[in-house]
Design a protein around this ligand. Structure first.
Ligand code: NAP
Ligand code: MG
Length: 504
């Protein structure tokens, strides 16, 4: 499908015409047993730029989850369990190749569904493909080990897949998040049942359709539907042997409780309130941009957003001035345009949540920039909010402690190193953190003292499949990405072989 650059007309006209193309070209719905499953109650998937339905898609029921899990076990036991790492790798590479041929189509779906600027959507689709290729590569290099435990014993370890695993992903980076889970799980030899977020299922369903004929039928299943029904059914399912979840801390802890009933392991990737510490010697040219990207990328709807800027008091004025300038330089517009750097929030409910936080912020702290919705009448139907900056914030304030999940920066100041670390770590979360300094020793000391699973120095991102990604404390546990995620989708087995002299 042709995509991307707007061809003229109003934003509404352009989007309606893209919706028509999408409806004409695709059938979205559950993907179970290697085929599209029509039927089921239809739900609108909305475009947050003009608040109209892109398409209506059938949702899965709990019965469909049962069917998907049962079919996945059949596929695992009869067609997938015996596949060699070489075979799994080849199939994952083949899938990545097909997805690469459809980058623009997947990018367009992601852009329309999330309201994500097309440049960011494209980057995430490419990131999803890179993730699948990473796991296609590394699964062949995996080995067991021999444990030297004595002359009369041959002791070795192997890895095995769980069988059928359940995965639940959010709406803020849909296909990328799905790839973080499907890549390692399939590479490890599991069959998957994945639920995309109700708000943004399109790219993931399409990517699964593009796997047709590559994996044995039933190995990869997508069950769109509501969290309370389909998500809960996956979390509670007796035959789902492991659950991986990305989303809010509240729902994540419920998923963990459900899995605990049958002692199934879980991986949780939850929220954050990530600090970025700007030391007095920081190169403000690059650090201001890093902190701005860190909170305004994806309209702030990203779990590792740098949502607390902790700035040394000696440079607070200059940092703030430059940061406001950076905030005001974002181009709010039609996400289909290559020029747009900030789109709307992904849904009405997210818009309501974020604007409520902004109102709370106005009563708690000093509004330095933004705080409203854009004037452009072309954007008035979308869930846009301006890049917003608050100064004089403390960790005690609502906007300084709760995850807003929108383009809202909170600037705080500190006097010395100890205070910076104390403020940074004074949160129930521990996903990401950032450091702005030119001093190497300070980088290492601070990275060591920060209580978070990710540390970025003088930049925001990238997120590469090569390294583990995940948080501390209430930001979750277990890891997405890296070799660690592959290992999380496997069980380790120790085999003790007695080598006593045989008595003949
Ligand atoms: P959420 O409710 O936790 O949704 C995440 C996923 O879980 C979605 O697929 C959702 O399905 C599903 N879900 C909802 N209730 C469920 C249940 N009872 N059992 C199993 N699955 C369930 O998150 P949200 O409401 O979309 O966002 C709220 C907040 O979560 C955000 O403001 C942010 O703080 C945090 N969040 C974090 C991340 C992250 O990347 N770590 C991502 C998204 C959100 P439905 O789509 O059908 O609801
Ligand atoms: Mg949507």
């Amino acid at each position: 499908m042709a995509s991307s650059s707007p061809e003229g007309g109003t934003v509404t006209d352009r989007h309606r015409s893209k919706h028509q193309e999408v409806r004409a070209e695709f059938d979205f719905g559950p993907w179970i047993g290697g085929e599209h499953q029509p039927g089921g109650t239809e739900q609108a998937v909305r475009d947050p730029v003009i608040d109209e339905a892109i398409v209506e898609i059938p949702h899965s029921s709990t019965a469909a989850v049962d069917e998907a899990v049962e079919g996945a076990w059949d596929a695992f036991e009869n067609r997938w369990e015996e596949a060699s790492a070489r075979d799994r790798s080849a199939r994952l590479f083949e899938w990545a190749d097909v997805l690469s041929d459809h980058v623009e189509e997947l990018t367009l779906l992601e852009c329309l569904d999330c309201g994500k600027p097309i440049t960011q959507a494209r980057g995430e689709v490419e990131g999803a493909i890179d993730t699948i290729e990473f796991y296609a590569s590394v699964c062949r290099a995996q080995r067991g080990s021999e444990v030297p435990a004595g002359d009369d014993l041959h002791l070795y370890t192997t890895q095995e897949p769980y069988g059928v695993v359940g995965q639940i992903v959010p709406w803020n980076y849909p296909l990328w998040a799905a790839a973080w889970k499907l890549g390692p799980a399939l590479a490890a030899g599991n069959a998957c049942v994945l639920k995309p977020a109700s708000d943004t299922p399109l790219s993931t369903i399409r990517a699964a359709q593009l796997s047709e004929g590559i994996f044995p039928d039933g190995v990869l299943n997508i069950v769109p539907g509501s969290g309370s029904e389909v998500g809960q059914a996956i979390a509670e399912h007796d035959d789902v042997r492991k659950v991986s979840f990305t989303g809010s801390t509240d729902v994540g802890s419920g998923v963990m409780r459900a899995a605990a009933e049958r002692v199934a392991p879980v991986t949780l990737e939850l929220g954050g309130k990530s600090p970025f510490i700007v030391f007095p010697d920081a190169d403000l040219e690059k650090v201001v941009q890093a902190v701005a990207d860190g909170i305004f990328y994806s309209t702030g709807e990203i779990c590792d957003a740098f949502s607390r800027a902790l700035v040394h008091e000696s440079i607070a004025e200059e940092f703030t001035e430059r940061f406001v300038e950076a905030a005001e330089s974002y181009v709010l517009g039609d996400p289909l345009s290559e020029e747009t750097t900030m789109g709307p929030l992904t849904s009405q409910s997210q818009f309501e949540t974020v604007t409520e936080y902004i109102e709370t912020g106005k009563s708690e702290a000093e509004l330095l920039s933004g705080g409203g919705t854009p004037d452009d009448p072309e954007l008035s139907d979308g869930w846009y909010v301006e890049p917003t900056v608050f100064g004089g914030v403390t960790n005690e304030m609502t906007i300084g402690s709760e995850e807003i999940f929108g383009p809202v920066q909170t600037i705080m100041t500190f006097e010395d190193y100890d205070e910076a670390i104390e403020l940074a770590n004074e949160t129930q979360y521990g996903l990401a953190s950032g450091i702005g300094t030119e001093r190497t020793t300070l980088v290492h000391q601070t990275a060591d003292d920060l209580d978070a699973g990710l540390v970025y120095v003088n930049e925001y991102g990238p997120i590469l499949p090569d390294a583990p990604y995940g948080g501390f404390k209430q930001s979750g546990f277990g890891k997405d990405l890296g070799l660690e995620a592959l290992e999380h989708y496997q069980r380790q087995k120790s085999v003790y072989v007695n080598l006593d002299d045989p008595e003949l």
